[in-house]
Design a protein around this ligand. Structure first.
Ligand code: AOS
Ligand code: ZN
Ligand code: ZN
Ligand code: ZN
Length: 424
């Protein structure tokens, strides 16, 4: 299934008058708006293959219907998203949930939707039917070299598959840790994990990056072996220049100042990328911007400031990915909302009067600093993001068009009502 150009055009025509009025106002208000729109057009956010179905919780799962059952259908779903918003032109795969059978066919299907392959994700947090050893007590940290080797080999296999698809990064998230005090020798677990990561690192092709994702808790609740940004940075530093820290917004202890973490990692040249999502309690994996849009904006404030200071290209300098899971919303509608929230936060960060902010900081004019930030945050940037979308052939109102075209109904028609997407 594809969304046709004329379907988008018909929808956009109806939205044109309202949009033009709003955009004309923004054009008068904002200096340098064209430059901002150019940046928005280039900015792409990768969609994780596991976010296209209903995730559920350990208490149950309620199928949404019409979910993709294989990699081809996942690519098709992201193709639909990208046709609507023109900002989700990449897919992040998960092995073994998405093993391609025919690489060339998968590559040409993806490129027919204008999609690239973003970071590959390995999985040593579940046991697979055909594997010799269990990950019950960890993978790269395990006391048994046999288990570690199995996990190392899996990661190297994921790199190999990524190479075949044209990806250039590996994200390693480890469930490794311990549930009870005394279970683990912390130094032993760290050393084992480091040595294992070194073997994986040695298998990275030139131009490849490895992202070490940290998480404070879950599934282990006493210690996690890559538990916070300090530990991730320690691994990334010891590994070398191809290794970076990945920040998943849901992986911190409560009230952590994520924007400050982001700022310092970026300063050190060790920020690799993001898993965007939102949360109220823990790793809730909710829609980006649904709980703490101001936090998302403050993160982008640090990103824009820090990347500009380093002369980095916003679009290509870091890995921009979503990591989400859905229990009650249509996954595609949810992802449209996440992408929109990220684009809005980015736009608002681009609107900040940086010179004035720097001057106010130098003068310790605290109230003025807040005024400057909130002036940007309180700007309704929707018409700007909409303009960028319209210029690249996207829909004026993606969710509205998704519903008007009855896309979910059609997917249910072709895939069935009771579906289980492969993944979490
Ligand atoms: C787990 O909590 C991490 O966020 C992972 O990045 C991700 O959710 C997982 O790799 C999906 O399989
Ligand atoms: Zn994540
Ligand atoms: Zn997570
Ligand atoms: Zn998460």
């Amino acid at each position: 299934m594809r969304i046709e150009k004329d379907q988008i055009e018909a929808h956009n025509e109806l939205a044109a008058v309202k949009h033009k009025r709003k955009f004309a106002f923004m054009s008068e208000e904002i200096e340098g708006l064209e430059g901002i729109i150019e940046k928005l057009i280039k900015f792409q956010i990768a969609i994780p293959s596991w976010a296209l179905g209903t995730g559920g919780t350990r208490f149950g799962r309620f199928s949404g219907g019409g979910e993709p059952g294989n990699l081809e259908e996942k690519i098709q779903d992201i193709g639909l998203l990208h046709a609507l918003n023109r900002s989700s032109g990449a897919i992040s795969l998960h092995i073994p949930w998405d093993i391609p059978t025919d690489y060339d066919a998968i590559k040409s299907l993806a490129s027919s939707y204008d999609l690239k392959f973003d970071a590959m994700n390995s999985n040593t947090f579940q046991d697979q039917a055909d594997q010799a050893y269990s990950y019950k007590f960890g993978s790269l940290q395990h006391v048994d070299k046999g288990v570690r080797q199995q996990a190392i080999d899996h990661n190297i296999e994921v790199i190999r598959q990524g190479v075949a698809l044209g990806s250039s990064a590996l994200t390693v998230w480890l469930a490794d840790g311990s549930c009870f005090p005394g279970q683990l020798n912390f130094r032993g677990a760290f050393q084992n994990t480091l040595e294992s990561l070194e073997e994986i690192y040695a298998a990275l092709p030139d131009e490849w990056k490895i992202f070490v994702e940290y998480k404070a808790f879950e599934p282990n609740f006493y210690s996690t072996t890559v538990g916070d940004w300090g530990q991730s940075l320690l691994y990334a530093t010891k590994l070398g220049p191809k290794a970076y820290t990945l920040v998943d917004l849901g992986h911190h202890l409560p009230n952590a100042n994520i924007e400050q973490i982001v700022s310092l990692l970026l300063m050190e040249g060790k920020l690799g990328g993001f898993h965007f999502n939102d949360s109220k309690y823990g790793d809730d994996d909710l829609t980006a911007g649904s709980m703490k849009p101001y936090q998302l904006f403050l993160i982008f404030n640090e990103l824009v400031e820090g990347m500009d200071a380093k002369g980095m290209d916003h679009a290509t300098g870091l890995g921009w990915m979503i990591d989400a899971s859905h229990n009650v919303k249509d996954p595609l509608e949810d992802l449209i909302q996440s992408v929109e929230a990220i684009m809005l936060a980015y736009t608002q960060a681009l609107l900040i009067d940086r010179k004035a902010l720097l001057a106010a900081q130098q003068e310790n004019d605290v109230a003025k600093c807040q005024e400057i930030l909130q002036d940007a945050f309180r700007t309704d940037a929707r018409a700007i993001v909409q303009e960028a979308r319209l210029r690249t052939g996207g829909a004026a109102n993606p969710i509205q068009l998704f519903r008007e075209l009855k896309i979910r109904e059609k997917l249910i028609g072709s895939r069935g009502l009771k579906t289980v997407a492969t993944g979490l």
